[in-house]
Design a protein around this ligand. Sequence first.
Ligand code: GLA
Length: 383
Amino acid sequence: MIIGRGKRWVGVLMSLQAFGLPSLAVAAVEAKRVNFGTLQDGARVEAAELSNSAGMSVRIIALGAAIQSLDVPDRGGVREDVVLGYDSPREYVAKPQYFGATVGRFANRIARGKFALDGREYTLETNDGPNHLHGGVQGLDKVLWNIDEVRSGPLGRIVLRHVSPDGAGGYPGTLTVTATYSLSERNELAVEYSARTDKPTIVNITNHAYFNLAGKGDVLGHRLKLYADSYTPVDATLIPTGERRSVAGTPFDFRQPRAIGELIRDGHDEQLRFGRGYDHNFVLSGEPSPQGMRLAAWLEDPASGRVLEVFASAPGLQFYSGNFLDGTVVGKGGRIYRQGDALCLEPQLFPDAPNHADFPSARVDPGREYVNRMVFRFSVSRP
Ligand code: GLA
């Protein structure tokens, strides 16, 4: 059965009711178009915002279909912007941190930029030491997307589209990508990526939001729970070795909530040394709902009480603890971003999937739709 995108989204959010959430409220989420300045060549960067009556709002910019700001109330109702980013478009082009961006065509790393499909070898750009990272130098995060739709309603919605040409970054096939951001009255920000190709290709698209639920300082005191019994260890260049290793008894055991900073400096753990902290793919172990969504992560800032739950349709979750933020980056409001000032929780396929036959496949064929859905649900905890 073919259902409209809007209906499908209601389906995803409704699936959260399977986790014990009450049904959607009726008040409307307001949507509007705004401008976000210009690029070096004078091109205007369009943007759009969604705000609900519960005090949450999100701004999406056409450059990289990125989340530029995300205001969320704390337990006292005080709103704070909980994602890192820049105040102007030019900084997004100049700096490689992927703040809030849509990353792809293949998010994460591909060893030496090489993979094979149907017996033919492809070579992608290598932009991270010997490896390919986040779609190459001109990935989905660096292009201007078209904002196709901005709609108010019980589920406010922003739909962006980009057509990535055959051969971009070395990838086969013309890839038509759609990014849909929806905000509910229940403080759920849903993100859906879908893509179609005209040739067999590989696709892995996710969002690279850097969260800091306090809106300032670092995230080492945030408490994290990951619904993962194992993770995929990496080599020194952060390429998975192919092993799925149990988290039990390691600093990667987040099956019960634990402060991110508790073991992040454990130099006995080679994996933490390789990543300079956490920069690993966790194998999600929760049972998916009938709509294919499962709880992947729970994150709390104990001081403000802000809580983020991540629901995912993807099999993996990259947990990156902002290890490469080195204090040279000045973000929104003139704030210096230092190591550990934010973390990313990126639902996606496993890194280097095209080179591991036993990892979930990244292959997409003509006539098939690639879809990756995630929901970031905000609430507050009581002390
Ligand atoms: C990803 C990677 C990290 C780093 C960031 C961007 O999350 O896993 O190693 O490259 O992107 O800085």
